[in-house]
Write a protein that binds this ligand. Structure first.
Ligand code: ADP
Ligand code: MG
Ligand code: MG
Length: 920
């Protein structure tokens, strides 16, 4: 290999021609590094052609001008480096020898294609010129050898492409002349134009060039070649190429290579053709050759849409030998590149040529199947298979999506209403409902509804649960609605500011259109799009391949994967997706349901401990049943239950709403008691008011001031544990105390709760295996983790609050406001600059929050070496955050049920890459 890489390093032009093989051994013998440096130097297309040539695959000979020349071209103010053209001509001489024709030879001309190709595939973004080398003289030589009609058609195609790409004339100007020619000849397709008509068309093309550019169409073939090479370099910086690179994060500085290659002719006769194929079906992954072709056609004809291409299977009937050879060759290519290939081919008079091979793009479904199949076939290892699927792609497989054709049709007829943030993926259809109570009632009656809100707050949850999906006009990706919806795998479009919602009128206006309650809409939470009317959706069933891939992930991952689940249903679903326990059960969600809220409010309104305990006693059996259900679903697996966390005002109605209700009641008779009740609530709201509730009376602080709340919860947990373990199931409760910042908070809370636990177990006559631990979500807790670990058997990082408090950003306020501007860029002396590269509430901030986590892990384990540590919170389902969790030595991550498969795969990939790093 050394010989070859040096030949790449010291040259600017690289020859590929079977007769002059420049490096020994086939494509499959190249190391990954060698392959990568070939691609750097020759671009993906050039490297592929060189490797295929070396492997003995039939490729028309040619040469590649390296990407470094493109960089020189731009560095020197868009001029070709001196002597470059001499080097090109020197290598071209070998191409001419290999083919047995010469460029510009009047009797038997060599024709060339001049092709672009960067390191990263940019399909169709740059330019290619075909049939170069034709002029008024060579066209006659070609006509004598291969037929007049063919030669003339090739010439007019060349003038058209050269005119467009090199001379920068509009495509439509030529198309118009072609159209006129066909009309006056009374034919449908260009293939039907007779030689005389083609001659006239060529004359009109040349006339157009003279008129518009002021030169005669270049007859000198060297001048043609030089112009084409420069034009390809220029096309590196055309608008669509720049746009594509921005979109895909491709470096603008790397430049394109230019490949100059002998033409082969798919348009020579009926035993010729051109096509594109994938070695496996790119949308399902099915292992059959998949693609399209056209007989008697060249280049872009297949994609141009003028003639309908035929499926590749037809080639087996039309040209069985070529089909068989195509099967053999593409199979060899897949084996050499260890992955699905997207292959361009041309057949000339029955002989097959490969013109390009690259890694085939594929859907999530195909990616999973292909990875598993390739591993089972022994082409790649299981580990490699695991790295072939992007974890977040798995989301697509877990959610319903709109059927592609129906969606396209809806777009065509203008049913797209607006686009907000893609807050929680999936497709949903339902009637518009604005009121959460109504959504709950309709949902209970089995109606499909979409809850549309200006913004959501925690007490909307009962309306979100039964809805098919949620739309909000305000709020970001981590707004309450988005977090809750993602947790439930429910489609959500948030922050769709174009919707002007009129709650009183029960309607919204957008783009001049009015939508009313009960109108049906469709939302796509994966794209943020909202549509009028119903679009049918498809519910994808999880394949055997999916389960196989994830079982391989489980074999290699070191991190445990738990789920955030507040209900038995969630816990059951998460277990089906492979969760190994509950990492976070938020008990407050159990307080939010319609029938419980009044009891919770009674508890909050109580003015003495006795009344408070009475209200709590009503809640106790309800909580016990919830816990029992979750324990049953998680038989044999740990369940972490967080004691009450949010500030109490979240369980009370909004003051404005209460005041309105009171005003409505006042004139009515017999409402004195109801009014008094509401006024008491109002007083309580005023009493509980805090200017910064996120940093106020919540978490463990609540439990210390009102111990009876926590006592009730712990009693409910242990009573449930006793009931379920007496059913013969294994219960492993872990009780988690939130928002600890000082060790005393944990110590005192724990002393009270240990007493209640002991009493409950004694009464029940059953001992339950349990643990006490805490969340680490206040920076001070992370910094004093060594002290805290003395009283905690486990830590769970609450990365949402930890991020909020580490940055000092209030999550509820920052999103959609200054945080969005930080992410988009702020004005710095007239230039727009990003303050934050990523939203730290979505992707764990390793530099700051992560540093605190490391301190906490080290501190905690210095006191208690076997301390179990996990993450709960949004980050637990995000691949880069999962990798970080593995790196700092956490035992598990916990995420919403629908994220569990993503987390299993991401954790496996993290293990694989850390092993690879260790091995280096
Ligand atoms: P892109 O990068 O846009 O795919 P290509 O360089 O692959 O551009 O060229 C586009 C098409 O031109 C090819 O798919 C093929 O059909 C045709 N083509 C390119 N080079 C040749 C050649 N040497 N002989 C015949 N056709 C060619
Ligand atoms: Mg191509
Ligand atoms: Mg928290």
């Amino acid at each position: 290999m050394t010989k070859n890489s040096t030949s790449v390093a010291h040259k600017r032009v690289f020859l590929f021609a079977a007769a002059f093989n420049h490096f020994s051994g086939g494509a499959s013998t190249l190391s990954a590094e060698a392959r990568a440096s070939m691609r750097d130097a020759l671009g993906g297309k050039g490297a592929g052609l060189a490797e295929m040539t070396a492997s003995g695959i039939s490729v028309p000979p040619g040469l590649t001008i390296m990407t470094s020349v493109c960089r020189e071209y731009y560095d020197s103010g868009k001029t070709l480096p001196p002597h470059l053209f001499d080097e090109v001509l020197a290598e071209l001489a070998d191409v001419e020898t290999a083919v047995g024709r010469r460029l510009g030879d009047v009797a038997d001309p060599l024709l060339l294609s001049v092709r672009s190709g960067a390191k990263f595939s940019m399909p169709g973004m740059m330019d290619t010129i075909l049939n170069l080398g034709l002029n008024d003289a060579t066209v006659e030589g070609l006509a004598a050898k291969l037929g007049e009609r063919f030669a003339l058609d090739s010439y007019r195609r060349f003038i058209q492409m050269f005119g467009n790409v090199v001379l920068e004339l509009g495509k439509d100007e030529f198309e118009e002349l072609l159209h006129e020619a066909k009309q006056s000849a009374g034919v449908e397709t260009d293939a039907e134009l007779a030689p005389d008509q083609l001659r006239a068309l060529i004359a009109s093309y040349k006339h157009l060039v003279r008129q518009r550019v002021g030169i005669d169409f270049p007859q000198d073939t060297h001048e043609q070649l030089r112009g084409a090479v420069e034009a390809v370099f220029r096309s590196w910086n055309n608008d669509r190429a720049i746009y594509y690179r921005n979109l895909n994060g491709i470096d603008h500085a790397i430049g394109t290579a230019v490949t100059v290659q002998a033409m082969v002719f798919g348009n020579l006769n009926e035993r010729s053709g051109t096509g594109v194929c994938f070695t496996r079906n790119p949308s399902t992954g099915e292992p059959v050759l998949y693609g399209e072709y056209l007989l008697n056609a060249q280049g872009e004809d297949v994609v141009a849409g003028i003639r309908t291409p035929k499926p590749i299977a037809r080639l087996a009937e039309e040209m069985p030998d070529s089909h068989a050879e195509l099967l053999r060759t593409t199979a060899a290519l897949e084996a050499a590149y260890f992955d699905v290939q997207d292959v361009e081919f041309t057949i000339e008079s029955g002989r097959l040529y490969i013109l390009q091979t690259r890694t085939g793009k594929r859907t999530a479904e195909a990616a999973v199947r292909i990875a598993v199949d390739l591993a089972n076939e022994g082409v790649i290892s299981r580990q490699t298979a695991l790295t072939r699927v992007e974890p977040s792609q798995l989301n697509q497989l877990l959610l319903p999506s709109f059927a592609g054709e129906e969606l396209a049709a809806a777009k065509m007829v203008g049913r797209h209403i607006s686009t907000g943030l893609a807050a929680s993926p999936g497709a949903a259809v339902g009637r518009i409902v604005f009121d959460p109570d109504e959504a709950a009632a309709l949902g209970a009656a089995g109606e499909k509804v979409i809850l549309v809100r200006i913004e959501t707050c925690p007490d909307d949850i009962h309306g979100i649960v039964p809805a098919q999906g949620v739309v909000t006009a305000r709020g970001g990706m981590t707004s309450h609605a988005a977090v809750v919806a993602r947790g439930m795998g429910k489609p959500c479009v948030s922050g769709c500011e174009a919707l002007k919602i009129d709650l009183a009128g029960q309607s919204f206006t957008v783009g001049g259109r009015v939508f009313r309650k009960d109108d049906v809409i469709s939302i796509n939470g994966s794209s943020g799009e909202i549509y009028a009317g119903a679009i049918p959706s498809t519910n994808i069933k999880l394949s055997q391949h999916f389960h196989t891939l994830l079982s391989w992930a489980d074999d290699v991952r070191e991190l445990g994967i738990r789920t955030n689940a507040d209900t038995p249903d969630d816990a059951e679903l998460a277990r089906k997706f492979g969760a190994e326990g509950v990492g976070l059960c938020r008990t407050e969600h159990m307080f939010m349901s319609q029938e419980r809220l009044p009891v919770v409010q009674k508890m909050i309104l109580a003015t003495n401990e006795g009344d408070r305990r009475a209200a709590l006693a009503e809640l106790l059996p309800l909580q016990r049943d919830d816990f029992a259900g979750i324990f049953r679903a998680m038989d044999g697996l740990p369940v972490t239950i967080r004691l009450l966390d949010p500030p109490l005002h979240e369980f009370l109605p909004k003051a404005d709403k209460l005041k309105e209700e009171i005003a409505e009641l006042r004139p009515l008779p017999g409402t004195a008691e109801a009014i008094a009740q509401k006024e008491a609530l109002l007083l309580k709201i005023a009493e509980l008011h805090e200017s910064n509730p996120m940093m106020g009376l919540r978490g463990c602080r609540l439990g210390l001031l009102y111990p009876e709340i926590n006592e009730m919860q712990v009693q409910a947990i242990f009573e449930a544990a006793i009931i379920v373990s007496s059913e013969g199931l294994t219960v492993l409760p872990e009780i988690m105390i939130p928002l600890v910042g000082v060790v005393e908070e944990l110590q005192f809370a724990r002393e009270v709760l240990e007493r209640v636990a002991a009493e409950t177990m004694r009464k029940g006559g059953v001992a339950v295996d349990y643990k006490f631990g805490t969340m680490i979500e206040v920076p001070r807790a992370a910094l004093t983790a060594d002290e805290i670990a003395a009283h905690a058997e486990f830590f769970s990082f609450g990365t949402n609050d930890l991020t909020q408090m580490t940055y000092g950003y209030s999550r509820d306020d920052a999103e959609g406001r200054f945080l969005q501007q930080y992410l988009d860029g702020v004005n710095v002396n007239g230039a727009k600059r990003k303050v934050l590269a990523r939203n730290p509430f979505e992707v764990l901030d390793q530099g700051g929050v992560g540093k605190l986590m490391k301190i906490a892990v080290e501190g905690g384990r210095s006191t208690r070496p076997d301390l179990k540590i996990g993450i709960c919170g949004e980050h637990g389902g995000e691949p880069s955050s999962i990798a970080f969790a593995g790196k700092v030595g956490l035992n598990y991550v916990s995420c919403s049920p629908y994220r569990v498969p993503v987390a299993r795969l991401a954790a496996a990939q993290a293990s694989i890459s850390s092993t690879q790093e260790r091995d280096k």
